[in-house]
Write a protein that binds this ligand. Structure first.
Ligand code: ADP
Length: 229
């Protein structure tokens, strides 16, 4: 669950990146956040991850009041979300398996659990056969799926995916959104940030549009693909 109440973000440079943003994303939803470059998408994402605090207003994610989080509660909160960054942020000379196992070790999971969980999430993204490959030997699309598997390792309630189709051709973009939809059907709330209006309109679903820091559209539309709802 994500809830923002009267959120403003004013950067020291003088830019109002978000202006009186109010939104609620319920558990189990799949939401596209769209907007042109500079509209405020990254700022919204940083708020959801508690990388940034709002200048005013309140942000709640997965039951945590983010403005009140301190100390080890922050680490606990972060494990309740999964984030797939545009540039993946994988450890290139680790294997695929190790990239995913690493975050579970940080979360103090048992070796027994790690041996079960890592193959499970790698199979979800269809990379079970590549577990022993070094990350730098994979294609961009495969690395992205490792990043998704890693983000799912801690079984987060919320998955935030930042511009995942930026470097993909149209067919792979559709496959990627299809994969995210499957993950969503398994119960994870998915927020996908994108500037690709066409893709979003083809899939349909709930679309939140940002323009100059304001939500100008928040509706569920029908899509035209088989996967659309
Ligand atoms: P988007 O992700 O939609 O491209 P951003 O959230 O990155 O938009 O940016 C929204 C606005 O805030 C833009 O005008 C951008 O230049 C400005 N901005 C973003 N980050 C910072 C920052 N750290 N300091 C000052 N201004 C920023």
């Amino acid at each position: 669950m994500v809830e923002m109440k009267n959120v403003n973000v004013h950067y020291a440079s003088g830019v109002d990146a978000l202006v009186d943003v109010n939104l609620r994303i319920n558990d189990g939803e799949f939401v596209f956040i769209v907007g042109e470059s500079g509209a405020g998408k990254s700022t919204l994402m940083k708020l959801m991850m508690r990388e940034l605090a709002p200048s005013s207003g309140r942000v709640f994610v997965n039951g945590y009041n983010l403005s009140k989080l301190k100390g080890n509660k922050i680490a606990k909160f972060r494990r309740s979300i999964g984030v797939v960054f545009q540039e993946f942020r994988l450890i290139q000379d680790y294997t695929v398996y190790e990239n995913v196992a690493f975050v579970l070790r940080i979360a103090d999971k048992s070796n027994r659990y790690i041996r079960q969980r890592v193959p499970y999430v790698l199979n979800l993204v269809e990379l079970g056969q590549k577990a022993r490959s070094k990350t730098h030997d994979l294609s961009g699309g495969e690395q992205q799926r490792v990043a998704i598997a890693r983000a799912l390792a801690n079984d987060p309630g919320l998955l935030i995916v930042d511009e995942p189709t930026g470097n993909l051709d149209p067919r792979r973009s559709y496959e990627l959104v299809g994969l995210l939809k499957e993950i969503n059907l398994c119960g994870t709330t998915v927020v996908m940030i994108t500037h690709e209006h066409n893709l979003v309109q083809d899939f349909g679903g709930r679309i939140i549009n940002l323009e100059e820091g304001k939500i100008t559209f928040d509706q569920t539309i029908g899509g035209i693909t088989d996967e659309g709802e």
